[in-house]
Every structure is written in C-alpha cells, then in structure tokens.
Design a binder for this molecule. Structure first.
Ligand code: RFL
Ligand code: PHB
Length: 398
C-alpha cells in the first residue's frame, strides 16, 4: 500500500459550501480546530449561483460572528413580498405580520466568499480541489478522512467528522445501510433559473401563480435580476433560447395594471429538479451530517441555506461543549435538536411549492384548490401571518 501523509485535526469537515465554511468559522471562534476539504476549486465554489434569501436569524448570526461587514453594506433588506395570481398583485407585509423581522437579499456565493476570506485570514485550512474523499472508522473514537492531492494519498485523522458535502456528497452514503431512515419526495416540476444584468422590475420578490405555471422574480443587486419559471424537471435547457424565456416570463407575470418586466442580457441559465429529502438521524458514530447532506427542500420557501446555517450553529455549540467540558449530551442530542426545525421547514416548503405550481396532469382540482389557498392567504391576516413567520424564519432555539 502506498504510504500516506497523515495529518491531524480536531474536526474534519467535508465540503466548503455554506455549512462547512460556517461550521469551521464558528468552531474557530470557540477555540476548536478544523480542516475543510473541498473537491471543487475556490473559483467554482464562489461562482455557483444558488440561494439569495437570508432569514433574519441567518443574517444576524453572520453579523454577530464578524462576517457581516459586506452583508451590511450590500445586503438588501426586504419587509414584504408579493403574491401574484388572477392577474393581480397582493402584498404580504412580512415584517408587520412577523414581529418586525425581515429577510435580507444577499447571494449565497457572497456568503461563501466572505466565510472563505475570514477563514483564510484567521489562518484556517481549506483545501480545495482534493479528490477521492472517503471517510473511515466513523464508529470509532478515531475517525479518518482519506483523499488525494495531485494523485498523492493523504489521511486526515480527526476526533469528529462533519459531512457538509451537500446532497451528492460521500458522507451520507458512508453510513451503513439500515442505520438511517430516508424520507424522500420528488416533485413533478423543476425550475429554470436565470441571472440577467438588468435592474429588477420590482422592489420586493414576486411569487407568481399562473395557468402556465409558477414564476418568481428575485434579485441580487440593483443591477442584477434573478428570475425563475416552472418547467418539466427533465426539460432540456437547449429548448429554452433567451427569447423564449423572456416571452414566458412576460406571459406569466402579466397583470392588469400596466406593470412591465425589463429585459437584459442573461448571464447564467440552469434547470434544477425539486425534491424534499430528510435522513434520520443526522449522525452516525462520530460522523455528523449538516445542511444539504442531511436534507433538501424545494427552493420555493427559500430555506435550504438557512437550514444549513441552523444545523451548524447547533453542531458547533455541541462540539465546543464537548471540548470544553467533555459533556456528550449536546452531541447526542444534535439530530433531535435539528430535526424539529427541519420538519417545520419541510412542511412550509412543501406548502409553498404545492400552492404555487401547476400540477402536471391536473384535471382542474389542484388548480382551483391552489387559487383558493392563494386568495385565502392574500385576504386573511391569520393565513398571511402563517406564511410570514415561516418565511422570515423562526428564531433559533437558545
Ligand atoms: P452545498 O452548498 O451543496 O455545499 C456542499 C459542498 O461540498 C462539496 N462536495 C465535496 N467536497 C469534497 N468531497 C466530496 N466528495 C464532495 N462532494 C461535494 C461541494 O462541491 C460543495 O462545495 O451544501 P450546504 O453547505 O449544505 O449548503 C446548502 C445550500 O447550498 C442549499 O441548501 C441552498 O442553495 C438552497 N437554496 C436556497 N436556500 C436558501 O436558504 N434560500 C434561497 O433563496 C435558496 N434558493 C437554493 C435556492 C438552491 C437552488 N438550487 C440551485 C438547488 C435556489 C436554487 C435554484
Ligand atoms: C433567489 O433569489 O435565488 C431565490 C429567491 C427566493 C426563493 C428561491 C430563490 O424562494
């Protein structure tokens, strides 16, 4: 067997997405050492277009832990959102309904960039472009991560491993079959998302329900719009030249009172399938799963990254306590502490998704039910409050 260079750390983290990087940052603040292993390049990770909506609690945590400077400058605070259906706009006053809480529009890539810079500036170790990552001895007190760099084998010996490697990562599949219960729901629709260099045509996000399907108008900055339309999950992006996308967006967003959608050059275009997925428990031996590695939500509730942040907040505290006092109970309770929030968010994301998407093959029942739900949310303070408090996000547990 080829000899391997062995290094040691306290917590080995697989994945440099929001979950892995924030965990490393929070552990550092608590005096716990970690190493992050990422199979993509730094440039790739920082250019991947994904989430845009931060819950108030997420934004607060980033600010409180010293990585909120650019967020405070460039983040755009929103106090409401629009539901658009029946050819009319209906505002949901999120902050009024949810005790003054807000959301912040700030791209996930920027969160990743801010955290990467903070970790590197503090002397943290993030190894990009590692290959062949695998985890070993996770049910022992000496778990290890093996990987290669330029074809050379390496081993990272750890006290704990955090699987923050997303839905397609290697950590979750390393847990023996039978140790996890899997809950999976695949939706019969996907989102075609674009990023366009054009000022947003709206001040607040528009969630639109139309006969032809869902559409969403979001943004990244005063110069950059982010828009989505519902498509078949196995749709080929080649069928969607830019002109067709704009035409479809104009049709779905059309309302009676003269609002218009501004067009601009499309700089990013991709189709995402949608699913709801949870594994229980989120832990096996000394391997802890966090973020998309443990659960996926459809993006309609804007929750995935926020949930990843909530997980690693719990995990960092449990690990810090173990190192500080030797107490195990917080680690043992990690999964249960996270899953409460995970299932609340699953339900909310499912509810938003089913209310706002056209069901393929629907005989008209689902369509009428969706309109009835939307009219109720738009006209009842009680129903709108339910949407608002879930959308801005529940406060973190103490
Ligand atoms: P990530 O971001 O997938 O990061 C995992 C990292 O692990 C690396 N990796 C590996 N590294 C080493 N070895 C391996 N074998 C590895 N396998 C994978 C990957 O390269 C990657 O760097 O997971 P994390 O950190 O858990 O973060 C989760 C979020 O990325 C995700 O939930 C959100 O993007 C979801 N999401 C949204 N969340 C929100 O909170 N608000 C939103 O507005 C929102 N909008 C969205 C979204 C996701 C979307 N898509 C594309 C799925 C909109 C969309 C369209
Ligand atoms: C986004 O801006 O990318 C975004 C906003 C709201 C969502 C999903 C994605 O529900």
């Amino acid at each position: 067997m080829a000899s391997q260079a062995v290094t040691r750390t306290q917590v080995g983290i697989v994945g440099a997405g929001p979950a892995g990087l924030l965990l490393s940052h929070l552990l550092h603040l608590a005096g716990v050492e970690s190493v992050v292993l990422e199979n993509r390049s730094r440039e790739y990770v920082q250019q991947r277009v994904r989430a845009g909506v931060l819950e108030q609690a997420t934004a607060d945590l980033l600010a409180e832990t010293g990585v909120g400077r650019r967020l405070a400058r460039d983040g755009i605070v929103h106090h409401g959102l629009e539901l658009r259906f029946d050819g009319a706009a209906h505002r949901i006053a999120l902050s009024d309904l949810a005790g003054g809480r807000t959301i912040v529009i700030y791209g996930q890539q920027k969160v990743v960039e801010d955290l990467t810079e903070a970790r590197l500036a503090a002397g943290g170790q993030i190894h990009f472009e590692v290959a062949d990552v695998s985890v070993h001895d996770i049910d022992s007190a000496e778990p290890k991560i093996r990987y290669t760099v330029g074809g050379e084998p390496r081993e990272l010996a750890c006290d704990f491993i955090a699987g923050c490697d997303g839905f397609h990562g290697v950590c979750r599949p390393s847990i023996p079959a039978g140790a996890l219960s899997v809950y999976d729901h695949v939706y019969p629709y996907g989102w075609l998302g674009i990023l366009a260099t054009v000022p947003p045509s709206t001040d607040e996000l528009i969630y639109c329900y139309h006969d032809r399907g869902f559409a969403l108008h979001s943004l990244r900055s005063p110069e950059l719009s982010r828009l989505y339309i519902q498509v078949d999950p196995d749709e080929d992006i080649a069928n969607w030249p830019d002109e067709r996308i704009w035409e479809e967006l104009h049709t779905r967003f059309a309302i009676h009172d003269g609002w218009s959608l501004k067009e601009g050059p499309i700089v990013d275009k991709a189709i995402t399938a949608m699913r709801s997925f949870v594994v229980e428990p989120m832990q096996y031996g000394r391997l802890f799963l966090a973020g998309d590695a443990a659960h996926i939500v459809p993006p309609t509730g804007a929750k995935g990254m926020n949930l990843a942040v909530a997980d690693v907040r719990v995990l960092s505290r449990a690990l810090a306590e173990w190192y500080r006092t030797g107490r195990r109970d917080l680690l043992d309770g990690y999964s249960a502490a996270c899953l409460d929030r995970v299932w609340r968010v699953q339900d909310f994301s499912y509810w938003m998704t089913s209310m706002l998407h056209r069901e393929p093959g629907d005989d008209g029942f689902a369509h009428r039910r969706n309109l009835a739900r939307l009219r109720y949310v738009a006209s009842s303070r009680a129903a709108a409050t339910g949407l608002a408090e879930n959308y801005v996000g529940l406060p973190f547990a103490e």
